[in-house]
Write a protein that binds this ligand. Sequence first.
Ligand SMILES: Cc1ncc(COP(=O)(O)O)c(C=O)c1O
Length: 439
Amino acid sequence: MPVASDRVGERPQEAVGMMLNHIQAIRSQFPSLHLPRENALPAVFFDNPAGTQVPQQVIDAYTHHFTHANANLGGEFSTSQATVALVRTVRERMAAFLNAPAAEELVFGPNTTTLIRRLSLALAQRCQVGDEIVLTRLDHDANVAPWLAIANETGMSVRYADLKPQDCTLDLASLEAALSDRTRIIATCHAANAPGTINPIRWIAEMARSVGAWFVLDAVQSAPHLSIDVQELGCDFCFVSAYKFYGPHVGIMWGRRALLDDLPTFKVRPAPARAPGRWETGGAAFEALAGMNGLMDYFTWLAETVHAGDEPDRSPAARCESEVFKRALLAIQRYERTLVTQLIAGLRAIPGITLHGIQDPERFHLRVPTVLITHREHPPKELATFLGARGIYTWHGDYYAYEFMRRMGHGERGMLRIGLGHYNTTTEIDRLLNALQEL
Ligand SMILES: Cc1ncc(COP(=O)(O)O)c(C=O)c1O
C-alpha cells in the first residue's frame, strides 16, 4: 500500500511563524483583498478552488506586455522579438515550477479542460476496441468526461475506482481491482477539488506502469498548495491551471517529450512538427503568458520574503529556480496546514454542521485546505447566500465534481465548499466561524 508522499519537512513551527510574520506583506501584494465590499468590509476569499486573486506582479505584467511587447511571434522588429523571448522565458519558468526535464514538454492552452480533451483525442487514436480506461469518483469532470467521450467514440470501456465515503479518500483496493492487462489509460487527480483529498500518486504511477497504461494526472487543485514535481510523481501527463494558483487564465499540460512529439494531434500545416508547437493551435494569449511571468516573479518574491532571515544558501541547487519555487510552496503548505487545522476544529464545534473528508489532524498531510460541509437545516445554496451577504465568499453545488457528489448522495444540492489559500488569515476564519455560529 502506498506511503503518503506529501508530508511537509522538518521544523514546521518555524516555517509557520515565517509566513505569519509576513502575512500582511503577502496580502499587500494582492490589491483585490483590500477593496471594501459587502458591509464596507473587505471580502474574505474562500472561493479559492474556483479561482484565486492575483498579485500586483501579474497585473503589472499585463500592462507591461500591452504597452511594450504586443505583437505576434516571428516578426523582424522589437515587440515581436520581446514576445518570442517572453514565451521562451515563461516556458522555462513553468518547467522549473513543475520540475519538468525540458521546457519543450510544456504546452500552453486556454484551460485544463480543453487540453485534456485534446490529449484524449490523441490517445484515442492509439487505443482499440476493448481497451480500458480507469477513472475515479474523486475527479473533476474535466478529467472524466473527455475519457467517457473517447470510450464512447472508440468502443473502449471505462472502470471506476471508488471512494470511501467516510473520509472521502480513494478506495485503493477498488483501483487495483479495476486494472487489467487491457488498461491503457489511468486518469486521476492529485488533489480532489471537492473534499481536498490528496491521492497517493507515486503508487498509482507504479500501478500504471505495472499494466503498461498511460497515467494522466490532474494537478489543478494541488498546484496552489504543494510543490509539484512531475519527475517525482511519475505520471506521463500533468495538467495545471494558473488561475487556480494566483495567476491568469492559462492551462498548462506537461507531457513526456517522446509522447508529445509522437502522438497524433491536429495542427495547421505550417505549424511546427515537434512539441510544443504542434499542440498549440492558433495564437496564444501572450498577455496571459506575461501574467504567468509576473506570477513566477511573485513566487520568487514570496520565497525570498519568507526566508529573508535565513542564513543564505549559496549552493547552485538553492539558486536554481525550481528550488526557489519549491521553497515558496513549502512555506505555503505549512502555513495553510495551521489554517485548515483551525477551520476544521472550529467547524466541528458548531452544532448542525457535518464535515465531509479527512478531519483527523494526524492525516492532514493527506489533504489540501479545501473543506466541505453540509448543514442539518440549511441547504448549501442558502449557506453560501448567507455568507456571501456578509462578505464571505464560498461555493455551493457540485463544482463539476459530478461523480463525487452523486456517490456521496448529494447530487442534487451539492455541498458548501470553503477553500483556503495562502493569503487567508486566522481572523478571516474566525469571521466565517462566527457567521456560521449566528445561524
Ligand atoms: C481538479 C480540477 N480539474 C480541472 C478543472 C478544470 O480546470 P479549467 O477551468 O482550467 O478547465 C478544475 C476546475 O475547477 C479542477 O478543480
